[in-house]
Design a protein around this ligand. Structure first.
Ligand code: BGC
Ligand code: MG
Length: 552
């Protein structure tokens, strides 16, 4: 073995990060929902300088990278997922200079930065769409999007039966310059998010150029929004039945997960690989099965895909085990690492999904230890390290998410998982903005001082300290992180409701998902537990809804 190989193998994430070429295989990546992370200028909206000011917190927490949700020029119909200019920073979030500064500071702290690319659709204010609307029917400028004549005698019906993810038809009719009703255009999301026509070479080359723009600035990768949506089935066939699509669903549909989409990722991978430092692509793809999802992470495509199967499981041993086995097998079959994720900006926070209150907290603590012990890379959503619940009682006058508004059902909205992070115990904005600022685009519940960073720091029983300890141990326990032949996950015999597995010969994780305590033989020395566990001689009693890490 050469010295070089030795050096590379010995490096753990966060140490000499620049030298690791496979950093993403075991990275813990922290999702920053920029609007709600930290506000530097007191306008009530989080921004790039806000993130920069909190980098010490993220470095201290022990994550390896951040994924920042879209901060590009946007009219904010979908809070940044409607991009009007892919190379410009929206003034509400800062400037390109702010981004450069953030990137430099993050890199200086060995934190990598992933940005969010939205290629399926643009904003309706993007210059291309403005040109398309102004162009005559059949004009070249319209070809960048998906315009069609309507059905019915006067074209008064949508061109097909596709429904928008946010509710209602996926088509909106345009008005001609002379005021007469015109063609329809496709939008799988809000009407302000027209779908691009990826059959067009110009669209493909434009996005390669956008990738280059951010790669040249030094970003470490891209999270690819709606990565399963860009290619539609030829002829745009009807679905033929009720096809309301749920966010992160797994239905088979003519507008999702078409084979043709993979050609795009092959060309992106060539570009990513032409840069130094392992720049990565991570797919937000809603695929019908884990097997279909694995197609996105074949060796010549993207590096990772979010594991929504894991996210969607109840806190139940057998169900979780099925997802874990399936994910490891399918990702492993193409040589990719699995990813693990419990929450994001589109889903109800997992404390609440797991039952809320004390039970939800206990389960979320256990789930964190489970997730961080599994082979592969883990994604955390801002605030999960504080144990934030979904905010279910935001006054209606504050609700702004198009999913809630367009579906006509506020309970479907995503505002409740996007409430700004509480940093201090000072109400009403809990340190979200600069000193003295009370502005916050969504109001925080009055109890949030108690779950703030300030309140939880140094409290040994807090969620924050649990995550800190777990992330520290993850770096020091040689078996944790990426799966090698020597550290593959091996299930151990366990009673019903309990998951027990080892990683290599040195590490064991036990999780009791049941509602009563379970006695087990002691697997080794206790490293960390999600709650107090009593170890007596060779027996341990695992409390309900708890997890523990052991050193053999
Ligand atoms: C993003 C959502 C967004 C949608 C449309 C998603 O998958 O995560 O937040 O509304 O794409 O861009
Ligand atoms: Mg601001």
């Amino acid at each position: 073995m050469t010295t070089e190989t030795l050096a590379v193998e010995a490096v753990r994430p966060g140490e000499s990060a620049a030298r690791r070429t496979d950093w993403w295989r075991d990275a813990v990546i922290y999702q920053v929902y920029i609007r709600s992370f930290a506000d530097s200028d007191g306008d009530g909206v989080g921004d790039l300088p806000g993130i920069r000011s909190r980098l010490p917190y993220l470095a201290d927490l022990g994550v390896d990278a951040l994924w920042i949700t879209p901060f590009f020029l946007s009219p904010m119909a979908d809070f940044g997922y409607d991009v009007a200019d892919y190379r410009a920073v929206d003034p509400v979030f800062g400037t390109l200079g702010d981004f450069r500064d953030l990137l430099a500071d993050a890199h200086a702290r060995n934190l990598r930065v992933i940005v969010d690319l939205v290629p399926n659709h643009t904003s309706d204010r993007h210059v291309w769409f403005v040109e398309a609307l102004a162009a005559p029917e059949g004009g070249a400028a319209r070809d960048r999007y998906i315009f069609r004549d309507g059905r019915g005698e006067h074209g008064e019906l949508p061109p097909n039966d596709w429904e928008s993810v946010f509710g209602g038809p996926a088509w909106t009719r345009t008005v001609n310059p002379d005021g007469t009703p015109g063609q329809w255009y496709l939008h799988l999301f809000a009407p302000e998010q027209p779908d691009l026509n990826w059959d067009l070479e110009e669209v493909r080359s434009e996005f390669l150029d956008v990738l280059r723009f951010w790669l040249d600035l030094g970003v470490d990768g891209f999270r690819i929004d709606v990565a399963h949506g860009m290619v539609k089935a030829p002829g745009l066939p009807d679905v033929g039945h009720d096809n309301h699509v749920e966010m992160i669903g797994n239905a088979v549909l003519p507008f999702f997960d078409q084979d043709g989409v993979h050609e795009i990722y092959r060309s992106w991978r060539l570009l990513l690989d032409s840069y130094d430092g392992e720049r990565i692509g991570v797919a937000e793809a809603w695929a019908p099965t884990p097997e279909r999802l694995a197609n996105y992470v074949r060796p010549d495509e993207l590096h990772q895909a979010f594991n929504f199967d894991f996210l969607g499981r109840p806190f139940e041993a057998a169900s979780l085990r099925t997802a874990i086995d399936h994910s490891l097998a399918t990702a492993g079959s193409v040589g990719a690492p699995s990813t693990w994720v419990l929450s994001n900006h589109d889903m109800k926070r997992h404390v609440t999904r797991y039952g809320g209150g004390a039970v939800g907290q206990a389960r979320a603590r256990a789930a964190a230890l489970l997730m961080l012990a599994l082979p592969g890379s883990a994604y955390m959503y801002q605030g999960e390290e504080l144990g934030l619940p979904e905010v279910l009682d935001i006054p209606v006058e504050f609700l702004v998410d198009p999913q809630g508004i367009q579906s006509g059902d506020p309970s479907k909205g995503r505002d409740g998982c996007r409430v700004p992070l509480p940093w201090s115990e000072v109400s009403p904005a809990y340190g979200f903005g600069p000193e003295g600022s009370t502005a916050s685009w969504l109001p925080a519940p009055s109890s949030w001082g108690g779950v703030s960073v300030a309140a939880e720091t140094g409290d040994p029983g807090s969620m924050l300290e649990l995550y800190r300890s777990a992330l520290t141990l993850r770096r020091t326990q040689p078996e944790l992180g990426a799966e090698t032949e020597d550290t593959a996950l091996v299930w151990l015999p366990a009673p019903e409701g309990v998951l027990a597995f080892r990683r290599g010969d040195g590490f064991v994780c036990t999780v009791n998902t049941g509602s009563s305590p379970v006695p087990l033989p002691v697997p080794g020395a206790l490293l960390l537990a999600s709650t107090d566990v009593s170890v007596a001689a060779d027996r341990v009693v695992l409390p309900a809804d708890s997890a523990a890490w052991w050193r053999i």
